[in-house]
Write a protein that binds this ligand. Structure first.
Ligand SMILES: NC(=O)c1ccc[n+]([C@@H]2O[C@H](COP(=O)([O-])OP(=O)(O)OC[C@H]3O[C@@H](n4cnc5c(N)ncnc54)[C@H](O)[C@@H]3O)[C@@H](O)[C@H]2O)c1
Ligand SMILES: [Zn+2]
Ligand SMILES: [Zn+2]
Length: 345
C-alpha cells in the first residue's frame, strides 16, 4: 500500500509498504477513507519532534472504516466508520482514569501514531488500544464532518473546557489557524458575552469574519485597545494562546485582566519567559499542555446535532498519490489554504 513516510530531516516520501497487520489483541486495522495534514506533521518534517522515528508513516488526523480487530477489542467491529484519536491511551493507568490521557504511561501512550508508530497518511493504519483510540461516527455525520475530531477539534474542545469560561466573560483567542478556529467553535458553545480573535493574516481574519459574524476580529497592532474597549474589567477574562509565535505568549498575559485564566495551547519553538515581577499582583492562572483527547464521543454528538461544523476548514482535497503537492500547498499557505483533506481511495 502507499504510505507517506518520514525519511530524514526535511524529507517525506510516498513509499510502497506492506499493509499493517494486527500485532496485539487490543489493535484494530482501519482502512483510511480521509486523512489530513497537521502543522505537527511539518514539525516532524523539519526535525523539531525529536521522538519522531525515521521510516515512520506520518499522519495522525484521519477517519476510516474498521477492517479487522484483535480479540480484546470490544467497542468497535469490522465495518464501523470511525474517527481515529491522535493519542494512544490505555484507559487504565492513573492518568487515563483521571482524564489526563495525554500522559498515559503505556509504552504506546501519548502521541504515537504518525510519530513513533505508523500513522494514517496511508491506505491502512494499525491503531493500538482501539477501544480508546476509535470512536464510531454517527450515521448522519460524513467523513468530512468528522475529519478533525481526533486532533485539532479535540484540542479546541479540551482548551475551551479547561479555560472555565463563564457567560459574562470576554474571551480572547490569539491565532486563527486551523486549531485556533476549532478552539473558537468550542469557545462559542460556552456562549461567553464577547469573543475577540486576534490574527496577523488578513485572509484568515476574513475567514473568521465571514463564518462567525458575532466575533470581533483584530490584528495584533490594535489588540490591546480592542481588548480594553471590549471587556468589562480592563482586560480579557479568559485568554487562549493558539498562535505560538515569538511574541504571542507575552501578548496573551498582557491582555488578561487580573485573576484571568490564560490557556496556552500553542507549542513554541523556543523557551518562553515568565516575567513574574511584571505580572506580580495580576494573580493570573496559567494552564498549558498537550490535548487530553478523551471527549471525542461528545464532540461527535455535537457535530451530529449541528452545533459544530468544521467542514469550511477543508479548503482543498488531494488524492494520496499527490500528497507531496498537498504538503507544498499547506506548508507555503498558498491559495488561502486552511486544511487539506487526503483521499486514499
Ligand atoms: N496543545 C496541543 O495539544 C496542540 C494541538 C494542536 C496544535 N497545537 C499548537 O497550536 C498552535 C496553532 O496550530 P495551528 O495548526 O492552528 O497552526 P498555524 O500555524 O496554522 O496557526 C497559527 C496562527 O497564528 C497566527 N499568528 C502568528 N503570529 C501571530 C500574532 N503575533 N498575532 C496573532 N496571530 C498570529 C498565524 O498567522 C496562524 O494563522 C501551534 O503552535 C500548534 O503546535 C497544540
Ligand atoms: Zn496534529
Ligand atoms: Zn493510560
Amino acid at each position: 500500500m502507499l504510505a507517506y513516510t518520514y525519511v530524514e530531516n526535511g524529507k517525506f516520501e510516498l513509499q510502497e509498504k506492506p499493509k499493517p497487520r494486527l500485532q496485539d489483541a487490543k489493535d484494530a486495522i482501519v482502512k483510511v477513507t480521509l486523512a489530513s495534514i497537521c502543522t505537527s506533521d511539518l514539525h516532524i518534517k523539519h526535525g523539531s519532534v525529536p521522538r519522531a522515528v525515521p521510516g515512520v508513516t506520518v499522519g495522525h488526523e484521519m477517519v476510516g472504516v474498521v477492517e479487522s480487530v484483535g480479540n480484546g477489542v470490544k467497542r468497535v467491529k469490522p465495518g464501523d466508520r470511525v474517527t481515529v484519536n491522535v493519542e494512544t491511551f490505555c484507559g487504565e493507568c492513573f492518568f487515563c482514569k483521571n482524564g489526563y490521557v495525554n500522559n498515559c504511561t503505556d509504552p504506546d501512550g501519548g502521541w504515537a501514531l504518525g510519530c513513533r508508530i505508523d500513522g494514517g497518511q496511508a491506505e491502512y493504519v494499525r491503531v493500538p488500544h482501539a477501544d480508546q483510540g476509535l470512536n464510531r461516527i454517527p450515521y448522519a455525520v460524513t467523513d468530512e464532518q468528522a475529519l478533525f475530531v481526533g486532533d485539532i477539534l479535540a484540542t479546541g474542545f479540551w482548551a475551551a473546557r479547561i479555560s472555565e469560561i463563564r457567560q459574562e466573560d470576554t474571551v480572547l483567542i490569539i491565532g486563527a489557524g486551523p486549531t485556533g478556529i476549532c478552539t473558537l467553535m468550542c469557545v462559542m458553545l460556552k456562549q461567553p458575552k464577547r469573543i475577540i480573535v486576534c490574527e496577523t493574516d488578513p485572509v484568515r481574519r476574513e475567514f473568521v469574519e465571514k463564518h462567525y459574524p458575532n466575533v470581533s476580529v483584530v490584528g495584533p497592532e490594535n489588540l490591546m485597545q480592542s481588548v480594553k474597549d471590549n471587556s468589562d474589567h480592563g482586560g480579557a477574562d479568559v485568554v487562549l494562546e493558539v498562535a505560538g509565535a515569538k511574541d504571542t505568549f507575552q501578548m496573551a498575559w498582557k491582555c488578561a485582566r487580573p485573576n484571568a485564566i490564560v490557556t496556552v495551547v500553542a507549542l513554541y519553538d523556543e523557551a518562553q519567559s515568565l516575567p513574574l515581577p511584571d505580572m506580580y499582583g495580576k494573580n493570573l492562572t496559567f494552564k498549558t499542555g498537550g490535548v487530553d483527547g478523551c471527549d471525542c464521543e461528545e464532540i461527535l454528538r455535537l457535530i451530529e446535532g449541528g452545533q459544530i461544523d468544521t467542514t469550511p476548514l477543508i479548503t482543498h482535497t488531494y488524492p494520496l498519490e499527490r500528497i507531496a503537492e498537498a504538503y507544498d500547498l499547506f506548508e507555503n499557505r498558498r491559495d488561502n489554504v486552511i486544511k487539506v483533506a487526503i483521499k486514499a481511495f
